[in-house]
Ligand binder design. Structure first.
Ligand code: F3S
Ligand code: F3S
Length: 107
């Protein structure tokens, strides 16, 4: 899977959302999250992010390792699971607790 890391927080450009062929990039309050069960590893999202927030799971920089976990936990937190489409799910009003607790980012 691919992972969205710190440079997305409080930016949420959403260019990635338009590229994803399986609509598996979900919106939280301060960041977007890739659903590992739905991502088909096409990689289309990675080059279009203006803040370079998206990484293949094996390439996540060490300082942002916890974002791999956050992208998974986001879907467990409130039982979202694998809804099969970000567009019909809509924007969600929560984040992984680690991200929710961050001071304002990327200003
Ligand atoms: Fe975030 Fe980049 Fe997508 S800022 S919403 S990961 S295009
Ligand atoms: Fe979509 Fe990016 Fe995965 S475009 S299928 S989230 S690699």
């Amino acid at each position: 899977t691919y992972v969205i890391a710190q440079p997305c927080v409080d930016v949420k450009d959403r260019a990635c959302v338009d590229e994803c062929p399986v609509d598996c990039i979900y919106e939280g309050e301060r960041s977007l999250y890739i659903n590992a069960d739905e991502c088909v590893d096409c990689g289309a999202c990675e080059p279009v992010c203006p803040t370079e927030a998206i990484f293949y799971e094996d390439d996540v920089p060490e300082e942002w390792e916890d974002y791999t976990r956050a992208n998974i936990d986001f879907f467990e937190l409130k039982g979202l699971g694998s809804p099969g489409g970000a567009q019909r799910t809509g924007a969600l009003d929560y984040d992984d607790p680690m991200i929710a607790a961050l001071p304002p980012q990327n200003e």
